[in-house]
Design a protein around this ligand. Sequence first.
Ligand code: SF4
Length: 510
Amino acid sequence: MPSSDLERIFGPGGELSRAHPHYEPRPGQLEMARAVALSLEAGKHLLVEAGTGTGKTLAYLVPAVLSGLRVVVSTGTKTLQDQIIDGDIPFIRDKLGLRVSAAAMKGRDNYLCLRRFREFEQEPFFSNFEDEGPFSAVRTWSRKTEAGDRAEVPGLPDEAAFWRSINARGDTCTGTRCESYEDCFLTRLKRRASSAQIVVVNHHLFFADLVLRQDAYGRVLPDHDRVIFDEAHLLEEIATHYLGLSLSSFRIEELVSDAERVLLSSGPHGRSPRDGPAREVDLAAQGRGWGGRRGRKGSARRSGGDRGPARRLPQAQTARAEAERFFEIFRREGEGKERPWGGRGQWRRKGQWGRAGERPDTGGHAGTSQGRFRFRPAELQPELAVAYERLSAALDALVAATAPRSATSEEAVLIERRATEIMATLRGILSAEEADTVTWAEARGHGVFLGAAPVDVSRPLSEMLFERVEGAVLTSATLSVLDDFSFARQRLGVGEADELRISSPFDYER
Ligand code: SF4
């Protein structure tokens, strides 16, 4: 890419100045754009620390567009992702007159699943009365949305629990066997992205895709030539989550509820869902909310169906009780501990690295955290092993009960797969090597979250990413420590890379 192209755009009297009345040419921005162009062209990694006001988004987007390569731009937050796709890309296209095709992709959880939404609409169930208003907004929006992205729904709270029952998450998707596959928002999005030159994602999706690619299970992102990470100071934090394991009690709760629904909707007593329960066991009425002795916040309410807690099958009841027993060990363990493990990021040098804007596997449920604490599985034995075996046996029995439905129900097939994945994740967490992994637990609201996080992600990142991808650009306002990039390079396993520091233009002015 000729350097004169960049000067024509970023230089004094250039196209940016003409397009934007308040634009002032910044030497640092042009310098960064040149370095990014070189990195993309030569396929060499680049670390750029660009101070506030540099205009770094355009400094990497314009060279990316001019390169003609397919570039994935990954941001730390969805906010920046939206800003790029709704603000910067149209600006480049309309004001700078550059031809560019771009698509934004978020994690699957952000999109509406047409199949699950249809099912939920038939028998809505809300764990909180307050969710009925937002659901009504979702229903109206669902009739007209083109993208199916929850960010479009006005006022939809992050913690709206029903969203987990209707989103397009992977473990509940029946893929090409789904009757809505062709209309599915994700199918259409993947097609759009596969023909776009610039694909804008966030780090969460990028690493979810990176992990998927290792097992050849599939991939979410289209193949690409280069990757640019903005807000790169968040990479280690987010990579740690995706390269580790995590599981919440909500995931088991949802599995049990879905299995129960499959069973009730087709028997075993030949009943239709509206005929009433085969056997009612109302745990809520016994004062035993599903999430442990704290119970649910608010009241459960069914409307138009029997999906609520009043309708229980024996296998589901046993699975719930065993899950409660299992997670109760961690609730009890956490009580009285004064946050002995301060949370993710503890092993990083204090003050140098930001925290990810999102929590891992929150289950879309809000609640007051008792704090995350570190636990050692060996110290919770033999109680933990017994509880694990009992939970495993209970889920096996539940899966066995749904198995006869597998011939006719894709959901029944998925239930077995989900149960297997859940138990494999739990096994992985409980058997994590102490030397290179931190095992943690957190009680939050009426849920319990468990995880195993690698202490050092540099080697897997190096092997999975930086040795395979050419010309990765990492940029942030805070990437160096005392003007030195060694710490970031070492923590992220970047290897050989060019480096550039651009001071904030505000510093020049002072
Ligand atoms: S293909 Fe998957 S995500 Fe899409 S509508 Fe069907 S089940 Fe839902």
